[in-house]
Ligand binder design. Structure first.
Ligand code: PEP
Ligand code: MN
Length: 381
C-alpha cells in the first residue's frame, strides 16, 4: 500500500498521489541551506543512493534566539531547484508562514514540511492551510514541541481539510526542560497512538532532532523501523562540525549511506518476526521512559533532601510515604494493575529514594540510615 492509498483511507479520496516513491520514504539533507556549493556537494553524494527520495534543506530557519543563523531565505529556493536539476532528487523545505508557502509553490518545490514551533500555533497553521487550499503539494507536519497529541492531530486535520491528498506526520521528539541525554524526548507512545488514531497516516521519524547528537541516530533509526514507521528524515552535511545550525547532530554523507545499508541492506523478515520486533520495540521504548522517569524522580528526591536538611528533618516521614503509596495504588488499580504489585515496585523506589536522601542528609547529621530505613519498611530485599 502506498501513501496515497494509505491517506485515502482517512480522506476518502481516490486520486493517485506522488509522495511515496520508495519504501520506506527517505528524506535527507542538511539542516540549513548555507551556500549553493554546500547544497550541491551534499545532494550529489546523497543521489548515489537510490533509497533517498527527497533532498531536504531549511531556508527559513525557526531559531530560538535572534543571534543564531536565520536561514538564507528565498534565494535558497533557486539553489534547491538547481539541486533537483543536477541530481534528479526531489526537494523539500520548511514553511512557517503563508508567505513561505506562496514562495515555495512559485518555485515548484516538491514537498513542504511544517516545523515543530509552527505546529504549536493553530492560528498560523490555519493561515498556512488557507494558503495551501487548492494545491496538491504533499505536506508533512512535525509534532509540536509539547507532547500534545491533539494539537498534532488538529494540525494534520487542518491540512487534510484543505483538500490536499498527501499529508503525513514527522515525529521529531518533544521538548523537555529537565535532565535528558537526548535533545528531545522521543515519547514513542505518542506517534504510535497517532498512528492508531489515523490509520494509514504516513509517519516519518526524524532521529536527528530527537538525538541532538550524531552517536544516537543509528539507534533511534532502528527503533523507528521496528515501530513500523514509514520512513526517516535525517540531517546530512558534508562537514557537520562546521554546519551553521545543528552541527552536533548531522551525519556525513558517508555515515548516512552506511546507516542506510545497516538499516535496509538485509532481507525482509517474516510477518511474525516483524510483529514480534514491533512489540519488543514498544516494550523497549516504554522501558527507556520508565528509567528516564525514575532518574528524574530520584533527582527530585535529592532536591527534597536538601530542603529537609535546611529544615532539620529526617528523610523518612511515614505520613507522607503512606499518602504516596495510597495514591499510586489507587492509580494502579484504576489502570487495571494489581495494587500489591504497585506497592512492591514503590517499596523499591522508596528505598532508593531514602538512600539518596540519607546521602545528602548525612553531612547534616540525620539519624536515619539505609539499614534503619529497610527495617522501618519491614521490607525484604
Ligand atoms: C529542522 O528540520 O531543521 C527543524 C527546524 O526541525 P524542528 O521543527 O523539528 O525543530
Ligand atoms: Mn535542524
Amino acid at each position: 500500500m502506498n501513501i496515497s492509498q494509505q491517506n485515502n483511507q482517512s480522506t476518502g479520496n481516490s486520486e493517485p498521489g506522488k509522495l511515496r516513491s520508495g519504501n520506506p520514504l527517505i528524506i535527507a539533507g542538511p539542516c540549513s541551506a548555507e551556500t549553493p556549493e554546500q547544497l550541491m556537494q551534499t545532494a550529489s553524494a546523497l543521489a548515489l543512493d537510490h533509497r533517498v527520495d527527497y533532498f531536504r534543506a531549511g531556508i527559513w530557519k525557526p531559531r530560538t534566539t535572534p543571534d543564531s543563523f536565520q536561514g538564507v531565505g528565498a534565494p535558497g529556493l533557486q539553489w534547491l531547484q538547481e539541486v533537483r536539476k543536477q541530481t534528479g532528487l526531489k526537494v523539500t523545505t520548511e514553511v512557517g508562514s503563508p508567505k513561505h508557502v506562496e514562495e515555495a509553490l512559485k518555485a515548484d518545490i516538491d514537498m513542504l514540511w511544517i516545523g515543530a514551533r509552527t505546529v504549536s500555533n493553530p492560528f498560523v497553521i490555519q493561515e498556512i492551510a488557507d494558503a495551501l487550499r487548492g494545491t496538491d503539494i504533499p505536506v508533512l507536519v512535525k509534532n509540536p514541541l509539547s507532547p500534545d497529541i491533539d494539537l498534532w492531530e488538529g494540525a494534520i486535520n487542518r491540512m487534510l481539510r484543505t483538500g490536499i491528498k498527501e499529508v503525513g506526520a514527522i515525529h521529531r521528539g518533544f521538548f523537555w526542560w529537565g535532565k535528558s541525554f537526548m535533545r528531545n524526548q522521543p515519547f514513542w507512545h505518542i506517534p504510535l497512538e497517532l498512528k492508531r488514531r489515523m490509520p494509514g497516516l504516513l509517519m516519518i521519524n526524524d532521529p536527528s532532532h530527537i538525538a541532538g547528537k550524531r552517536d544516537l541516530i543509528a539507534q533511534l533509526s532502528h527503533r523507528a523501523m521496528e515501530h513500523d514507521f514509514s520512513g526517516l528524515m535525517i540531517e546530512v552535511h558534508p562537514t557537520p562540525e562546521k554546519a551553521w545550525s545543528d552541527a552536533a547532530q548531522q551525519l556525513t554523507p558517508r555515515d548516512f549511506l552506511l546507516l542506510m545499508d545497516e538499516l535496509f541492506g538485509t532481507e525482509p523478515e517474516s510477518s511474525e518476526t516483524a510483529l514480534l520486533d514491533e512489540l519488543r520495540a514498544e516494550v523497549d521504548s516504554m522501558d527507556e521512559m520508565l528509567v528516564w522517569a525514575l532518574s528524574v524522580r530520584m533527582e527530585l528526591a535529592s532536591k527534597i533532601a536538601e530542603v529537609k536538611k535546611e529544615a532539620g528533618l529526617n528523610s523518612l516521614q511515614t505520613g507522607r510515604w503512606q499518602e504516596v503509596l495510597d495514591k499510586v495504588k489507587t492509580l494502579g488499580a484504576q489502570s487495571g494493575m494489581d495494587p500489591d504489585f504497585v506497592e512492591k515496585v514503590y517499596n523499591y523506589i522508596h528505598i532508593q529514594s531514602l538512600s539518596l536522601q540519607n546521602g545528602v542528609l548525612k553531612t547534616g547529621g540525620s539519624k536515619t540510615n539505609d539499614v534503619q530505613t529497610k527495617k522501618e519498611h519491614n521490607f525484604v530485599l
